[in-house]
Write a protein that binds this ligand. Structure first.
Ligand code: NI
Length: 447
């Protein structure tokens, strides 16, 4: 599926916002893009750059339902403003034939909304969680509590509440499922349309090949509630299989490793054409959810002799995550790649941010010594000039194949470095034997 994105790899104020462009769902796509761009605007307005506690905005997506004329998009947001982070999720559903778009709250009648929130609050309390009465009296909090809704084939409905919706922020997100018999009287006419679509296994009319992905956490049954924290710390990829690339003696030759982060994206195919024409092999650090969206480009990267590395699942600042979340950010991407026959044995931490926990994940960390700030200056000539001016023998160059301006700079980078006598290698070729937990900045700078 094609995607839209706003990526700002500014380490003092990182933004990674992505949304899907669902085939045949123009009105839904417009609404979802409007939501994403509004989140970016609010973040740029409210956040202050910081090198010690950088604010962060991260928005990812899933397609929880695509059946008949109904398709849904889930948007998962993480915001950090220098004190504490907040997770939240909203869903939008659309009848693509009628061009109508609904947020979760639109799928309930006014009475249904009140009844749903009473039941949700009761379920939370049965589960031993705190419900703050003042939040139950706040119409915006109440509506936000039902803005992420999921419909199962058995007719049941699940609500995923953002952090702090009805209880204290410290309780995290929570999820409550209700059976069809309970939920049916709450639903508006739009809600019944979405519920009916979820019960059918009809192919999605907007696309000949529907692209449905699983919701982030499985539904639970009422009355128990569950906290959908991802607690699947399966093992990370073990760096056993040597990455692709023959032997090059970079102790004698003047070698350079071009690395491309944050993809695959819409410009990646063009870049692969450029690299193939120039017989240059590079290293791609891919984001897991982009692998899920554009898997063919990753298999092409590997098939054409490039090294594919891990850039985490959702591009979060790892230094801010606990051990199990760091592990799952890495293992989810490793598993998505392995499922496509691609082995990723290197990790590039997003924003270059890592801590002692990151060093225990079982993979070498690949940083860089040449950064042309291509995420900020979307100008091919400037990016190429900076790379040519700063590359030294043994350099690792940080680039981003999600920016068309960077992809446009690559022919000049390759020609310019070739003219200076450089040999292009992958990161494993540049460094040779690499050790899990070590951070590599260039051929000779490790720590
Ligand atoms: Ni990145």
């Amino acid at each position: 599926m094609k995607t839209g994105q706003i990526v700002r790899d500014d380490p003092t104020m990182p933004i990674d916002v992505r949304w899907p462009l669902v085939p045949g769902a123009t009105a839904l796509n417009d609404t979802v893009e409007g939501f994403a761009r509004e989140r970016e605007r609010a973040f740029l307005r409210d956040a202050l750059p910081s090198s010690t506690a950088p604010p962060e905005l991260n928005l990812g997506w899933l397609v929880p339902l695509a059946a008949g004329r109904v398709v849904g998009v889930e948007l998962d947001q993480y915001e950090f403003y220098g004190a504490d982070g907040a997770d939240s999720t909203v869903t939008y559903y659309s009848d693509v034939t009628a061009g109508q778009v609904w947020r979760g709250r639109d799928l309930l009648t006014p009475d249904g909304l009140a009844a749903a929130v009473r039941d949700i609050a009761a379920a939370l309390q049965r589960d031993g969680r705190t419900v703050l009465p003042e939040l139950l009296n706040d119409p915006e909090q109440v509506a936000a509590a039902v803005d992420a809704m999921y419909f199962s084939p058995d007719g049941s409905v699940r609500f995923t509440l953002p952090e702090g919706a009805l209880g204290p922020m410290s309780d995290g997100m929570s999820s409550v499922s209700v059976p069809e018999a309970v939920a049916a009287p709450w639903l508006s006419s739009a809600g019944h349309i979405v519920q009916a679509a979820a019960r059918t296994a009809a192919p999605y009319v907007g696309s000949t090949a529907p692209t449905t992905s699983e919701p982030s956490s499985p539904p639970t049954s009422i009355p128990p509630t569950s906290n959908p924290t991802t607690s699947t710390p399966s093992t990370t990829s073990s760096p056993t299989q040597p990455p692709t690339g023959g032997t090059v003696n970079c102790a004698k030759l003047q070698c350079v490793a071009l690395t491309f982060d944050d993809g695959p994206g819409p410009s990646t195919g063009t870049l692969l054409d450029t690299l193939a024409a120039a017989h240059v092999h590079a290293t791609f650090f891919v984001i897991g959810r982009n692998v899920q969206a554009l898997p063919a480009l990753v298999t092409r990267e590997a098939a054409e002799g490039h090294v594919v590395g891990n850039h985490t699942w959702s591009h979060r600042d790892l230094s801010r995550l606990g051990a199990s979340d760091q592990r799952s950010e890495v293992s989810r991407t490793a598993e998505a790649l392995a499922a496509r026959g691609v082995s990723a044995t290197l990790l590039r931490p997003p924003y270059g941010a890592y801590n002692s926990t990151t060093r225990t994940l079982g993979v070498p960390l690949v940083l860089w010594d040449v950064d042309p700030a291509d995420w900020r200056d979307r100008d091919a000539a400037i990016v190429a000039a900076r790379v040519l001016a700063n590359t030294r023998p043994g350099s690792i160059v940080l680039l981003h194949d999600v920016h068309p301006s960077t992809v446009a700079a690559v022919p000049a980078i390759v020609a310019g470095l070739k003219a200076k006598g450089y040999t292009f290698v992958t990161v494993p070729q540049l460094i040779g034997t690499m050790t899990a937990g070590t951070a590599y900045f260039s051929r000779t700078s490790h720590r």
